[in-house]
Design a protein around this ligand. Structure first.
Ligand code: SF4
Length: 432
């Protein structure tokens, strides 16, 4: 029985209890939300992991993607990247390897992680077709379902499946054109396959079979957004909106089948379009958890795209997005190294936290603790309230002040110290 089926029977599962505890909400709220499909808990029946809830009323979650490429195939580095992501408090991980022994890498990553792990099964189907038959367009329909089945059996907790890239969306895409083309790898494989074979996407045509596999293993379907814009100039275009309508219909069908879903969103999108995108997506997908990829809010800052995306994450979370895929400084340039993973996770966590303050998920309690610690010039308390205490401590220790109360920014002219001398002194009344 899936989490959704159990929720419908009024059962509160161990996973629901764990999510309620970590989010400080009632177990019944989680059960009702899983029942409605507004919260998803990715947890394959084959895995024993820390349950993570994604959706309405919960803290915005952060995903880190890792995985080999055809140029850089270093499995040990991917293991380090997974560990760095977890050390820096990523909530979930996506294993997106496209180079080397894909089964072995996936199983290795699953064996060292205790957070939900996601995948994109069409990568494996396409890459195996390229290796055996010379091109992704020679994938069999069976190859696509075999990859899903195999990854489900291995314990993948959520899968990005490209069911909504169909003839209708491609017709719209072709008719309107694109300044920045198509940037979804899975979307590219599937669209090339449809165009070459002149038949409908099997993942769309046989969606009921996808649902059957998901139900058997209770993984969450992350309905992939193959038409997401890869350039600000293409944001919120007709192809994206056409696909979104189909995504909404696929959410309905998954709920009927008792399968949990998450819906992927943009992509590259200007700041002023984020709130509208979240609103329309939530409306058409009946409040399904919304997974923003980034988003990237300007195209012109490669090497700093983690900052670009942190801004997008803050705006998305404040508008109601539930799940954010990180972006690293290497985005658009190269395969990320472990230090890029660290920067990406932290930048996205900051964006999500800022958005959650606006969303009312937290009341700025930590910010208040930090403000009080700063006023008291209590450095240890400041580090305790910091999102990244080690980095904060490193910077201070590298440049020690002459007066240990202050820091080297203002030194003897520390504004806080000067004002503290009279502000909280009951014997001092400046107006008498
Ligand atoms: S020295 Fe300046 S920056 Fe440092 S704590 Fe004092 S007021 Fe703040």
């Amino acid at each position: 029985m899936t989490q959704m089926d159990e929720a419908r029977k009024g059962i509160i599962t161990e996973e629901m209890k764990a999510v309620a505890k970590s989010e400080n909400v009632s177990e019944e709220f989680i059960r009702r939300s899983v029942e409605k499909g507004t919260i998803a808990i990715p947890s394959n029946i084959a895995r024993d992991i820390e349950a993570v809830g994604i959706g309405k009323g919960l803290r915005t979650k952060v995903n880190a993607t890792i995985g080999t490429s055809t140029d850089i195939l270093d499995v040990d580095m991917e293991v380090r990247k997974a560990k760095v992501a977890m050390e820096n408090k990523a909530d979930t991980l996506m294993e997106l390897s496209v180079g080397g022994d894909l089964d072995a890498i996936r199983r290795k990553i699953l064996s060292i992680t205790n957070i939900p792990v996601g995948s994109v099964p069409v990568y494996q189907a396409a890459i195996e077709a390229i290796r055996k038959k010379g091109a992704a367009i020679y994938m069999d329909e069976d190859d696509m379902f075999t990859a899903i089945e195999k990854q489900a059996q291995d314990g993948i907790d959520f899968m990005a499946i490209h069911c909504s890239v169909n003839k209708e969306t491609l017709k719209r895409l072709k008719r309107q054109g694109r300044e920045g083309g198509l940037v979804s790898r899975g979307g590219a494989f599937i669209s090339a396959w449809i165009v070459h074979n002149e038949v409908e996407n099997p993942l769309y045509k046989n969606y009921d079979y996808v649902l059957e596999i998901a139900k058997e293993h209770d993984f969450v379907i992350s309905l992939a957004n193959g038409m997401r814009a890869g350039a600000i100039a293409d944001s919120t275009d007709r192809a994206q909106v056409q696909e979104l309508i189909i995504l909404g219909e696929l959410v309905d069908r998954a709920r009927e089948a008792g399968v949990q879903t998450i819906v992927e969103g943009p992509g590259h999108i200007p700041l002023n379009e984020i709130a509208a995108n979240v609103m329309v997506q939530k409306k058409l997908c009946r409040d399904a958890p919304f997974y923003m990829l980034g988003p990237i809010v300007t195209d012109i800052a490669p090497a700093y795209d983690h900052i670009v995306s942190s801004i997008g994450a803050a705006a998305s979370a404040s508008a109601g997005a539930d799940f954010i895929c990180y972006v690293t400084p290497a985005e658009h340039l190269a395969l990320p190294f472990p230090e890029d993973v660290k920067e990406g996770v932290i930048a996205t966590r900051i964006g999500a936290y800022v958005g959650d303050m606006a969303k009312g998920i937290h009341n700025g309690e930590l910010d208040l603790k930090m403000a009080n610690a700063r006023k008291k010039l209590n450095w240890e308390a400041q580090f305790e309230s910091a999102m990244c205490p080690n980095e904060a401590r490193r910077i201070r220790n590298e440049r020690p002040p002459a007066d240990p109360d202050t820091c080297t920014m203002c030194g003897s002219y520390c504004a806080v110290k000067i004002v503290n001398e009279w502000l909280d002194d009951a014997s001092t009344d400046v107006f008498e």
